[in-house]
Design a protein around this ligand. Structure first.
Ligand SMILES: [Ca+2]
Length: 272
């Protein structure tokens, strides 16, 4: 096939694409911002023939969630319209963490919060209906929060446990989506009695719980003082009986099996 003929065909296809996406759709803008920086707000557009794949890297610390809002929808004549939805799907290592249908009157939609191992690439696929040639203008932000004393992923084994110290309250987020579990280790600074506290700080959804378990060492459950225990939302602190530890002894806490895709919790230890 003649090269200039192929070129002309491509130009025609491109012109059709741009036309169907609306007059003000900016192809460059979308292309340039395919990889999203954390905590930066992007103004983007999506048309029926131009679904976008945005990516971002999971943060070094803390947790993240996605905010998305449709700011305007324009028809092929460039007039503002209402109706229909744009879809945004966030995936990470084969798991779908967010599926949002966002309309112009929905305001800001937020995904659940997730705590994940750093530097993994997440994708957000944004698309809209192909039935009408409308362009959706939206704002998107991947928010990264880094509270003090927050668990550090991937702490999914005794070996990678986060350290618990006295007089501090630690927090974390468990996710059912990727079979998350979080380990903590406490090294007794003195011989004496200690109590461990765990709290489910999720909105008290019905039957919302996860499990917490104490370990006398990396492999042995402390069946007497801290067996596999459910920690319900809205019930305040779950706490153990007195646990005697010798100076320098290590005690492990493992939190697992959240009922939902994102359950925040707190954990602390006290000397009696
Ligand atoms: Ca974990």
């Amino acid at each position: 096939m003649n090269k200039s003929f192929v070129k002309r065909i491509w130009a025609f296809v491109l012109a059709l694409t741009i036309f169907s996406c609306g007059f003000t759709f900016n192809l460059k803008e979308v292309k340039a911002s395919t990889n999203l920086n954390l905590n930066q707000t992007y103004n983007l557009a999506v048309g029926p023939k131009s679904p976008a794949t945005l990516t971002f890297q999971t943060p070094k610390s803390g947790y993240f969630y996605v905010n998305i809002v449709v700011t305007d929808i324009k028809n092929s004549s460039g007039e503002s319209v209402y109706g229909n939805y744009m879809s945004a799907v966030m995936s990470l290592d084969g798991q779908t963490l967010m599926y949002e249908l966002v309309g112009r009157s929905d305001g800001m939609q937020s995904s659940k919060a997730f705590s994940y191992a750093p530097s993994h690439t997440a994708t957000i696929s944004v698309s809209c209906s192909e039935v009408v040639p409308w362009t959706y203008y939206y704002q998107i932000t991947v928010v990264n929060k880094t509270p003090k004393n927050f668990e550090t992923e991937a702490n999914n084994s005794a070996k990678k446990a986060d350290t618990l110290k006295l007089k501090k309250t630690y927090s974390g987020i468990l996710s059912k989506k990727y079979n998350d579990e979080d380990w903590f280790v406490f090294k007794a600074p003195k011989t004496g009695s200690y109590k461990f506290y765990v709290q489910n700080t999720d909105d008290a959804r019905s039957g919302d719980f996860f499990y917490a378990t104490g370990y006398k060492n990396k492999h042995t459950v402390d069946r007497k003082n801290f067996p596999y225990s459910s920690v319900y939302a809205g019930k305040g602190w779950y706490y153990t009986s007195k646990i005697k530890l010798k100076k320098g002894a290590k005690y492990y806490i493992r939190v697992t099996d959240p009922l939902y895709e994102s359950i925040p919790y707190q954990i602390k230890v006290k000397k009696l």
